[in-house]
Structure formats: structure tokens, C-alpha cells
Ligand binder design. Structure first.
Ligand code: FMN
Length: 366
């Protein structure tokens, strides 16, 4: 049976061979200096048959880091590490964009270059636990609110990282505005209680996101920039009292840029990314307000992906865990072949096991 999933699609300047995208997946395997692991070129290269790879989240500065061994995109050594990754993906006919990340309050003083508390829109702690550099957990600490001057400094860090991503040979960048990290913290009223021009009204809460996007677009051109949003998954306790009132206008405010795509996490019921109880489903409304390609993510199977596309909730989809465990997911979906089971114990940290050793179809049982 033919499926729109295997049709090509253009996202701005990016010409995808199919509509199955590898979702960004943190693997916490960076080496000294937060440089991508030497196996990263092989890991990403193995997955180059998807229409587009979105890199694991890459911090734009040391201040933006909140997990162990996540790769950065702000030093020369990191750029060299990423260059090997982009070369490997291109050699196998793939496309890859860098996900630009600042975790904001989802960090602790131990990661901060100055040893001070992590930064956030407001001094409100995230919910749950932070992971220390030795992979043990500690409760989140209360962050400190960014000053107006510091906000401009963070935007300058985004510009620097965007430039470094260009140098590293990426095909574009995705601004990580999802999952309770810094941009999402500004968007949602549970984490943003500022009373200056970055807080309060919806217009003010959109400001930081729009300034970041504008700065990154100035480096790359809008046709190579995407953004990821998650109106309603509540990651790290980041919630809004009325997500529709923020995120439909957010999609509309992004429209004039003419971005390559809007990447929306709106998990299927029962998945880790499912909306919190009572949260609205916004994909169709946001797709209409954005007016460009909408990439949907969250617990999708071939069937639910096709359904989302036929119902007007998506133009293409991204897939995380299934691509992590199946380097040839596109071929498997195409042929309805069985899937490898993911090994959760090797998601974060470690070496080749659970990273570059998931079998391809032809090697199953060989
Ligand atoms: C191991 C792991 C790492 C992840 N890392 C990131 C990340 O770096 N950036 C991000 O935006 N989302 C990240 N996510 C979320 C995924 O991109 C995706 O939204 C989630 O897995 C749901 O999609 P799926 O059901 O297709 O896997 C991660 C998820 C997992 C399981």
C-alpha cells in the first residue's frame, strides 16, 4: 500500500526524500569538553535513510547545560566533532540539523560556569530531580531570574551557536523551544512570572522565543530554521494555565518568518509525551496558524502517523525511540517488518552498546 510517509517533501531549503524524521535524542555520550562521541558519526550515519535527522540537543553555552555528557556547539573542538557527524550523514545521502538548546532552570549550580544558581525567567524551581555529572539525581535548585541585560547575552549565545553549527556543516538548525527548557519556561505562566516586557501578557511571553528565532534566522535564513514546541506535555513541571491561548498565537507569530518547519510534540495517549490531563490538542489549529509544514511527534507508529497526516494534523512526522532502536526504520515501516526492541538501560551514557549496534534488517538473525 502506498503511503504519504514515503513521499518527498520540501521544508524551506531542505529537500527531504521522505516524511519520516529522526527526532532529537539526547544520548549523554559526549567526551571531554562536551565534544560528540567518536562513535557519533557512525550512529547518525546509520540513520541517514530518514528524510531528516535532528541532532540530539546541543547546548549553546556552558550555562545552557543541565545533563551529563551532552555535546555543546560553542567551542572549536565541538565544531570539529560535529563536522565528522555531518560529513558521515552527507556521505550516506542524509540531511541533519542541529538542535540548539538552553535548559534554563533544568540545571544546577554544579553545571554553571560561575557556580551560581541556574538561570530562568523567574526564580521558580523545576519539578523533580536534576541529573548530576556523575548521573546521580538531586532535587532541582531554585534558579535565579535573568536580568534584561543577561537575556541579550543568552540571545548572543544563540547567535554564536548558530554560526558554529554552520561551520560544522549542518544543513540547518532547530531551536529547542519545547520540554520545559528555557524558551518553554518563558512561554508558560507556571514558570514565567516576570513583570517586565518578557512576562505577563501572551505577547510578552512570546518575546524571548521570537527574539531568539529572529537572531538565528539572521544567521541561517528562515528556510533553514525550524522550531520545536510542546504546548502540553508538562516536562519538568512546566505548565501553562491556558496552553491554547499561548501556543496558537505563538504559531501565528512565527508565520511571518517563513520558517522551514514547526515541530510539535503532542504525544499519543499513553506515551511519555502525552498531554497532561485536560490539556488541549492543538496540532490542527497550530498548523493552520503557522501556515507552513508541521512536523508532529510523540509515540507515533506507522498507522498513527498516517492517520495524523490524513486528518490534517501533520505534514510529516518525527520519530524518536523507534529510530534509536531501528537504524533502518524507514525500510521497516515500508515493508511492515518487525522492529527491534529499544534497550532503555543504554539510552543515556555508555559506549557502542545500544548506540551503534542495533541490527539492520538484513543482519537480523544472521
Ligand atoms: C533517550 C531520549 C532522549 C531525548 N532527547 C531529546 C532531546 O535531546 N531533545 C528533544 O527535543 N527531545 C528529546 N527527547 C524527546 C524525543 O525527541 C521525542 O519527543 C519522544 O521520544 C517522543 O517521541 P517517540 O515516541 O517517537 O520516541 C528524548 C527522548 C528520549 C527517549
Amino acid at each position: 500500500m502506498t503511503s504519504p510517509l514515503f513521499d518527498p517533501i520540501e521544508l524551506g531549503a531542505l529537500k527531504l526524500k521522505n516524511r519520516i524524521v529522526m527526532a532529537p535524542l539526547t544520548r549523554s555520550r559526549a567526551v571531554e569538553g562536551e565534544v560528540p562521541n567518536p562513535l557519533a558519526p557512525e550512529y547518525y550515519g546509520q540513520r541517514a535513510s530518514v528524510g531528516l535527522i535532528i541532532s540530539e540537543a546541543t547546548q549553546i553555552s556552558r550555562q545552557g547545560q543541565g545533563y551529563p555528557n551532552t555535546p555543546g556547539i560553542f567551542t572549536e573542538a565541538q565544531v570539529q566533532g560535529w563536522k565528522r557527524v555531518t560529513d558521515a550523514v552527507h556521505a550516506r545521502g542524509g540531511l541533519i540539523v542541529a538542535q540548539l538548546w538552553h535548559v534554563g532552570r533544568v540545571s544546577i549550580a554544579a553545571y554553571q560556569p560561575d557556580g551560581r544558581p541556574a538561570v530562568a525567567p523567574s526564580a521558580i524551581a523545576a519539578e523533580g530531580n536534576a541529573m548530576k555529572e556523575d548521573f546521580t539525581m538531586v532535587p532541582f535548585e531554585t534558579p535565579r531570574a535573568l536580568t534584561l541585560e543577561e537575556i541579550q547575552g543568552v540571545i548572543a549565545d544563540y547567535v554564536h551557536a548558530a554560526e558554529m553549527a554552520k561551520k560544522a556543516g549542518f544543513d540547518g538548525v532547530e531551536v529547542h523551544g519545547a520540554n520545559g527548557y528555557l524558551i518553554d519556561q518563558f512561554l508558560k505562566d507556571g514558570s514565567n512570572q516576570r513583570d517586565d516586557r518578557y512576562g505577563g501578557s501572551v505577547e510578552n511571553r512570546l518575546r524571548f522565543m521570537l527574539e531568539v528565532v529572529s537572531a538565528v534566522v539572521a544567521v541561517w535564513g528562515a528556510d533553514r530554521v525550524g522550531i520545536r514546541l510542546s504546548p502540553s506535555n508538562g516536562s519538568n513541571g512546566t505548565r501553562d494555565s491556558d496552553p491554547a491561548a499561548v501556543f496558537v498565537p505563538a504559531a501565528a507569530a512565527l508565520k511571518p518568518f517563513g520558517l522551514a518547519y514547526l515541530h510539535l510534540i503532542e504525544g499519543e495517549p499513553g506515551t511519555a509525551m502525552a498531554p497532561w490531563e485536560g490539556a488541549p490538542l492543538l496540532a490542527a489549529r497550530m498548523r493552520e496558524a503557522f501556515g507552513g509544514p508541521l512536523m508532529l511527534n510523540g509515540g507515533l507508529t506507522r498507522e498513527t502517523a498516517e492517520k495524523a497526516m490524513s486528518e490534517g494534523r501533520a505534514d510529516l512526522v518525527s520519530v524518536g525511540v523507534p529510530v534509536l532502536a531501528n537504524p533502518d526504520l524507514v525500510e521497516r515501516w515500508k515493508t511492515n517488518a518487525p522492529l527491534n526492541a529499544p534497550d532503555r538501560a543504554t539510552f543515556y551514557g555508555g559506549g557502542a552498546k545500544g548506540y551503534t549496534d542495533y541490527p539492520f534488517l538484513e543482519t537480523v538473525g544472521a
